[in-house]
Design a protein. Structure first.
Length: 304
């Protein structure tokens, strides 16, 4: 039941408030909105009166947001984003028949591509546009509807649903393995990092009981495929996805100096995975909701 005593502030006052928060001053906000600084001040004062809280501390020509303003700004930003998304979806007819997805390159090649025909049978009239940005995209700026991202489930306030874990095997070339007898020997090796795997290596070393403060050498790569090729060349020790690691070990390209099962008992929270990541508002669109329902219903542990 709605509180009848609550008065919703005018949208224009919220718009002016958000402009002041973004620009840092009444004058800059006025220039951005093509109004006078006096008009900006009046709208801010109106908003403060309605809310009965002070939003800015005025120190001459300088204004500083209060704690209340900082808290409110997050909700106002989210509200305007919801409005923007709603307008986009009702004014772009073709947009509703297209889903823009961003997919981790590894998930795209190892999992998704062979399954897309199943989705097309579910919604045959929907077009898919796919990008492969490794980092979590800016959903508004990049016009992404759905993301499938690698990580540990923490994606800055977006909804995240685990699709499949990505367990790793610690691997290197047979030649390099000759100098690795104990986990502590890793500190004398070059560790191969993917751009998002710093937390993973930290967890792995702790799991193996490596507590020395000496830092191992590091080479960082942008994606898992390049890191794997670097491991093949003997540059250093890598954490390779189990699917690829077992194939490389079978082919004699790599070995697992501590065994292929060394990391299988790591806590689930420390094992990365691929997550369906979406702003909550995007699921209100029927085609996007259908894609999310389909991809979460698939058994991604089965590679057939």
């Amino acid at each position: 039941m709605h509180d009848q005593s609550f008065r919703l502030p005018p949208l224009n006052a919220l718009r002016v408030f958000w402009a002041v928060m973004r620009k840092g001053s009444f004058r800059s906000a006025a220039d951005d909105l093509l109004v006078t600084p006096q008009a900006v001040s009046q709208q801010v004062k109106l908003l403060e009166d309605i809310l009965a809280v002070q939003l800015f501390e005025r120190k001459g020509r300088v204004v500083e947001p209060t704690e209340a303003a900082i808290v409110l700004s997050h909700f106002v930003e989210a509200g305007f984003e919801e409005i923007r998304q709603g307008i986009k979806r009702v004014t772009k007819g073709t947009y509703r028949n297209r889903i823009n997805i961003n997919v981790s390159p590894y998930f795209a090649t190892r999992y998704l591509m062979r399954r897309l025909d199943r989705f097309r049978k579910t919604l045959p009239g929907v077009d898919l546009r796919m990008t492969t940005i490794i980092e979590t995209p800016d959903f508004a700026r990049d016009e992404v509807d759905v993301g499938i991202q690698w990580g540990f489930g923490r994606f800055g306030g977006y909804d995240a649903t685990l699709l499949v874990r990505d367990p790793k095997v610690l691997c290197c070339t047979p030649e390099l393995a000759r100098s690795i007898r104990t986990p502590s020997d890793l500190l004398g090796q070059t560790l191969l990092y993917a751009v998002l795997s710093h937390e993973l290596w930290k967890n792995v070393l702790r799991h193996l009981g490596v507590t020395a403060r000496t830092r191992a050498g590091v080479i960082e790569f942008h994606d898992a495929a390049t890191l794997r090729r670097a491991a093949h060349s003997g540059i250093g020790v890598g954490l390779i996805s189990t699917i690829d690691a077992l194939r490389d070990i079978r082919d004699g390209k790599l070995v697992a100096p501590f065994g292929t099962e060394a990391l299988t008992d790591m806590p689930k929270a420390e094992v990365p995975g691929f997550f369906l990541v979406t702003p909550r508002s995007h699921r209100r669109v029927e085609t996007i909701a259908a894609f999310c329902d389909w991809i979460t219903s698939e058994d991604w542990d089965a590679l057939t």
